[in-house]
Design a protein around this ligand. Structure first.
Ligand code: FES
Ligand SMILES: [Fe+2]
Length: 465
């Protein structure tokens, strides 16, 4: 008890020592006030122990993760708009499981094990998507209708022992939230809405089902899936890894929150300089100009001639971004608050799904192990925009980058590509360095890296079940 009190005192001191302005101070000053969920704070002391480095490299740990995490959790598999029409399909692979997600004739979405009931051949290739009016195995041609009923067995005279009513494709549990199609390999799992805990309530003003995919870029990266995720769970690295962002980014003054086992959040005020630049004179136009490249993914440039010297950077930038978003999407963004338009409001759902809230930075990240190699993983970046009805049925395919490619090769990500190159360089050398370390583990901070602690605590919880 005494130790806990001491730890809590230490943690309270850390909270007091956080640099200002706090995220809450920044949004309080905005003219257009944010929704109440952005004014919530939810964090507490969750430990100070080092996290063992073996969990990033060990095959044994990887096997435990498969058994107790990947076989048990809800996982974001695809977007509804990836399969808009009957017969559209999308294959989601996780380690050595492959799930075939199909839009059926009556418009429902179903998920099947991507495996023929004859001799097991994949019905569709891994990580593929496309259209198919029947699900036909490429080996001997057994076929199924889109609703999973067996349709044809070539030479069926030779299979008198096969009862067709028992040869429907086995289904995988599936549910949908906000246009995101989730699957779960555990038939006895809790419902998706319980797994997502506060997420649907927090996102009620940001209807993700109305958004449409504008870009989807994927790359195999040379580090463990957890190592890659962790680079996106804190803003502490911005100063060293993305120094060009400091004039317009709240970094060491981000807010961190977590709820229950599965959900955490980071909020960074953009259009404000980092507190680490407090001794430098950063003018309002420095803030605005430095942020231009970032917003170029909105398909436009901030017009410097229009910079009104009397307007604060957050007002100027949010007004500009409102106009750009309105013209890019056809949806009127004028009533959305400054914070929802401009800030980095990023949620994490265990184990690998990172949807950003608000409107200006419409990113989703997904991270997966790459097969059975704990030293590599698949990192994906998706951009989702509000969209008008006419554009509903457009969904870009996955743009796979090669190992040596820069993220800037994915022009659809605009100025974000440079940030991902910087992040990748950090987690590349992070993985190599930690492997070569003679120290037993990573020493995370108490506040800024608390979401990483929360992530590992949830992993521990799953591994102990
Ligand atoms: S393995 Fe599929 S038809 Fe033979
Ligand atoms: Fe980063």
């Amino acid at each position: 008890m005494q130790n806990l009190t001491k730890s809590n005192k230490m943690y309270s001191k850390v909270l007091e020592d956080r640099p200002k302005p706090y995220f809450q101070d920044i949004i309080k000053k905005d003219h257009l006030k944010p929704p109440s969920v952005l004014t919530e704070e939810s964090c507490q002391y969750i430990g100070s122990d080092d996290v063992d480095r073996e969990r990033y490299f060990s095959k044994e740990f990887h096997n435990l993760e498969i058994r107790n995490i990947w076989n048990k959790v809800w996982q974001f598999a695809c977007r509804e708009e990836d399969i808009p029409l009957s017969g559209d399909y999308y294959v989601y692979d996780i380690v050595d499981q492959s799930i075939l997600i199909v839009r059926t004739d009556n418009g429902d979405i179903k998920a099947y094990y991507n495996s023929c009931l004859h001799r097991g051949t994949q019905l569709k290739p891994s990580n593929s998507c496309g259209f198919s009016d029947i699900l036909k195995c490429p080996f001997h041609g057994w076929s199924w209708s889109l609703d999973g009923k067996i349709k044809n067995i070539p030479s069926d005279w030779d299979f008198p022992h096969v009862k067709k009513e028992e040869f429907s494709l086995p289904e995988v549990k599936l549910d949908i939230w906000g246009g995101f199609v989730f699957i779960n390999l555990d038939k006895n799992s809790i419902p998706l809405k319980d797994f997502l805990s506060i997420l649907p309530e927090h996102f009620k003003d940001w209807d993700m089902s109305k958004r449409r995919k504008a870009a989807h870029v994927a790359k195999i990266v040379p580090c463990n899936w957890k190592f890659a995720i962790e680079a996106f769970l804190e803003g502490y690295h911005v100063g060293e890894t993305h120094p060009q962002a400091l004039p317009y980014t709240g970094d060491i003054n981000c807010q961190y929150d977590y709820w229950g086992l599965h959900v955490s959040r980071m909020m960074s005020g953009l259009g404000t300089p980092s507190p680490s630049l407090k001794d430098q004179k950063i003018s309002d136009s420095d803030v605005i100009e430095s942020m231009q490249d970032l917003v170029s993914y909105l398909d436009g440039d901030v017009d410097k001639k229009n910079i009104n010297k009397n307007e604060k950077p957050r007002d100027f930038l949010s007004n500009t971004m409102r106009e750009m978003l309105t013209s890019a999407t056809g949806v009127n963004h004028k009533d959305f608050s400054t914070s929802e338009i401009i800030d980095a409001i990023q949620y994490f759902v265990f184990p690998n799904f990172i949807p950003w809230a608000g409107y200006g930075v419409p990113i989703v990240y997904r991270f997966r192990p790459n097969g059975h190699n704990p030293d590599t993983s698949i990192f994906e970046v998706i951009l989702l925009y509000e969209n008008d009805d006419e554009k509903k049925e457009t969904s870009p395919g996955i743009h796979w980058l090669d190992e040596g490619d820069s993220w800037e090769k994915a022009e659809e990500l605009g100025g974000l590509g440079m940030l991902f190159d910087q992040d990748e360089a950090a987690f590349r050398s992070g993985q190599l360095g930690l492997k070569a370390s003679n120290k037993k583990g990573s020493t995370f901070s108490l506040y800024q890296e608390s979401r990483i602690r929360h992530f590992h605590k949830t992993i521990d919880k799953y591994l102990s079940l």
